[in-house]
Design a protein around this ligand. Structure first.
Ligand code: ATP
Length: 372
């Protein structure tokens, strides 16, 4: 059987993007060095806030074409607080990519890794294992795409426009029910979808909630329930171990995913995948962390676990179980690297930065590969 070569568009971006991407490709190179069925060919492409400052565009046409041609997109981080568009908003090309490639589902797994301390003292924190599914094509971020809707020459008010469509909501919930079914197949205690909204106040959310219950009826094998976003902010602190799959509106997902990352060791531990019907982009949940960029303090784990999500997704897309096996091997290597509790990131008050954490993951990966 011939070896399949996947083309991966690599966008390191701004701030710590380069550092964590280097760590990630080192780990991937080791993981796949002797993999007979498939490998990766990387196409590095520019873009980001600094690129915008230098050239006037955040994502050049060549980058968009490279992403379009690729089998998957691996993305570091983009955006720098001091570089802004004329209307005062930050340059966030990742949001443009979500629109360009219709990456409607922001999948953010929140899983406690043994050996990584949680801020929660309750021992059940070790069981935290849920997934936020952030709607990314509409919601309260929608108006951002249409700056022309702001009244011109008006220094007294501004508008934010939200949008909720039937099609956008149906695909979000269908994706979430499918994901819950997959998770239950791997773990019988899973299989529950909780819609997070603010349907008691906002019309768009009431519509979203109505469609949730319509889709729940079509998925009677999965437990469906609902929670207002303010209550969910509380519940994610009080009893996060109770949840499984949490589909939610764009802005709410943005906020809750930072909160949720705090439960499992910080943003440096929190991977994500932006998934559409055709394209997949994989990036850590965090931003470019300019406060620590260039200091070797960035935790590359979220980036590396995002690459594991990419492997799993490629395996499903191409009916290639070997990619799923490598995803699992990579996740297990990450878990084993932290299991002793001796590896501690700067975010958690430790002294281990990018190099030390990458070395620990490479060492545990080498052990697993030697046993294979
Ligand atoms: P964005 O809005 O672009 O998602 P953000 O406002 O969430 O970004 P981040 O860039 O993610 O901001 O940084 C938030 C905080 O988390 C900063 O103090 C940063 O240093 C820290 N942080 C983020 N990612 C990491 C990482 N991989 N390792 C260590 N610390 C990180």
């Amino acid at each position: 059987m011939s070896k399949q070569l996947f083309k991966i568009a690599v966008l390191p971006g701004d701030g710590i993007g380069d550092e964590i991407m280097d760590a990630c490709t080192k780990v991937l190179d080791r993981l796949l060095a002797d993999q007979p069925r498939f490998g990766f060919s990387y196409v590095y492409t520019p873009g980001g806030a600094q690129y915008y400052a230098d050239t006037g565009v955040a994502l050049p046409e060549s980058t968009l074409r490279a992403c379009e041609d690729a089998d998957a997109i691996l993305f570091g981080a983009m955006g720098l607080p001091h570089i802004r568009y004329p209307n005062g908003t930050e340059v966030n090309p990742q949001i443009d990519l979500r629109k360009q490639f219709d990456l409607f589902a922001g999948v953010r797994p929140i899983r406690a890794i043994p050996g990584v301390p949680s801020v929660l003292a309750d021992p059940r924190a070790a069981q935290i294992d849920f997934v936020l599914v952030r709607e990314q094509s509409e919601g309260l971020f929608y108006g951002r795409l249409y700056p022309e809707m702001q009244p011109k020459g008006n220094d007294q008010e501004a508008f934010d426009l939200g949008r909720t469509t039937r099609a956008g909501s149906e695909r979000l919930f269908d994706f979430s029910f499918r994901l819950a079914r997959q998770r239950r197949a791997a773990n019988p205690s899973k299989g529950r979808v909780t819609c997070v909204d603010k349907s008691n106040v906002l019309a768009g959310m009431a519509f979203l909630n109505k469609i949730f219950w319509e889709r729940a009826k079509l998925n009677p094998d999965i437990v469906a329930d609902h929670c207002y976003v303010d209550a969910m902010a509380l519940n994610l602190i009080m009893r996060p171990w109770d949840y499984d799959v949490l589909p939610t509106e764009n802005q709410f997902g943005d906020i809750l995913s930072d909160l949720a990352a705090g439960l499992i060791g910080g943003l440096g531990m929190s991977p994500s995948g932006d998934i559409g019907e055709k394209y997949g982009l994989f990036q850590p949940s965090h931003g470019s962390a300019p406060d620590i960029a260039g200091q070797g303090k960035a935790n590359p784990t979220a980036m590396i676990l995002s690459a594991a999500m990419m492997l799993e997704w490629l395996g499903e897309q191409h009916q290639l179980p070997e990619a799923g096996v490598e995803a699992l091997r990579l996740r297990q290597a990450v878990d084993a690297a932290f299991a002793s509790g001796r590896v501690r990131s700067f975010e958690l008050g430790g002294n281990d930065g990018t190099d030390a954490i990458t070395a620990a993951i490479l060492a545990s990966l080498a052990q697993r590969l030697a046993l294979a």
